[in-house]
Design a protein around this ligand. Sequence first.
Ligand code: ME8
Length: 501
Amino acid sequence: MSRYYLTTPLYYVNAAPHLGHAYTTVIADCLARYHRLKGDGVFFLTGTDEHGQKIEQAAAAAGKAPKEFADSIVPGFKKLWETLHISYDHFIRTTDSYHTDGVRAALEKLFKEGKIYPKTYDGWYCVPDETFCPKPDIENGKPVCPDCHRPIEQIKEKNYFFKLGEYQNWLAGHIEKNDSFIVPKTRRNEVLSFLKDQKLQDLCISRPKARLEWGIEMPSPPFEPGYVTYVWFDALLNYITALGYPDMKNPKWIWPADVHLIGKDILRPHAIYWPVMLKALGLEPPKTVAVHGWWLVEGEKMSKSRGNIVDPHTIVAEYGVDAYRYFLLREVPFGHDGTFSEKAMDKRYNADLANDLGNLLHRTLTMIEKYFGGVVPCYTQSFVGMPADLEKGWDSFDFQKAISGLWAWIDQGNTLIDERKPWVLAKAAAKTEELKAVLGGLADMLRTLAILLWPIMPSTSENIWKQLGCPGKISREKLWAAGASSGQKVQKGRPLFPRRE
Ligand code: ME8
């Protein structure tokens, strides 16, 4: 059995989750389900990033201690994942003691090996991004963060630095040699040109407790007392502490990760800091960092700090969870930015779900009831082939390709009905072979669709499965066999996606 280790970012707990978080997590869930269906041993990790100045400030504004504040936000994430049918295997919080112990062990090892050293940092810091900005941009005469263009603060502190710079050539070489280390290509090229154009600075990995209380305390000795570790150094390590790091004999240890799924905002920490941290720790880099684009609102990134969020609960209440999952995967090509609108959602819902998929099931079951007393007929000659290119789409993060392959197939089913006109065939004195082949073939097609759509729309798939009268649970072994549904008694239910006016 192949194993498949997949992660989402650990989301900050400074506010409730929104469409952006839902997007990454839904994609991860679809991939996890796709691999489970293939029979892979999946470990799907998500969780929350709870330390740092941003959380400390949000907690202060809410009049709570940081941990108490985090405790009040985490259930909102878990609740949303439940609503969206997210089948994660483990939820890690950076305040969990196994995580903080693992981070301290990593810090100690790197310090003892001379890969971390103390130095005074005198420069700019971006609180919203929790990043040091050695080269700020100037806008309207004021220094701003070169990434997010928000105001930054000046700080002068003695801190600990990780020797990131030493690994520049190794990292560039690794990316050059491994096409699929960063996908899509545009992001890979972005990192490669960054590594070619700029000298990689060493990474500041601590904050004095006098400035930031809310972090993982660095072990003293070997570090001077009174330091906490910097958010990224803490958070990135979750991908291995969740597996039991530093105990590599832990039965949970399945490093390297197959995929870290992230948004483009956190490309640099994942494509630069993290592989170098792993190399320094003597561990392999992850196999793939898969980077998606942003959901925008009026041209701006949707974000908690900008306060322009679309609440997933509202959309799910309106359209249903599967329509939401489908829309997120289908609407925007992986890696591109997208704009969310209810108009676009309505269009997809009515065209793809109500008309194409919903109608195909409804028409097929209605006719099986009418012409065969609800029992799927046996047939010999099949009019329905298999959809092409599915696996390629899934394996290359081209979800649109995977989905449009399925929808082309659904179109074939609807066209088959329109062209063969079962209602005309049924008028023949004896129920012809052709009528049996059309309706029996369509039942087999829908059964296969229920399996193939399951990663994206699990409840809809289970509903189709049940309406077709298929026994047992959806599984890949039952994928395609002409005649597999013959003899089943269908149980037509309500339309899957009632049309929205
Ligand atoms: O960055 N469009 O947490 P975060 C698409 N704690 N995706 C979006 C999005 C948008 N408008 N807004 C957020 C952090 N996301 C760190 C990560 S990992 C060890 C530490 C998604 O709460 C997207 O996946 O700001 C993005 O990368 C992530 O949320 C950032 O979440």
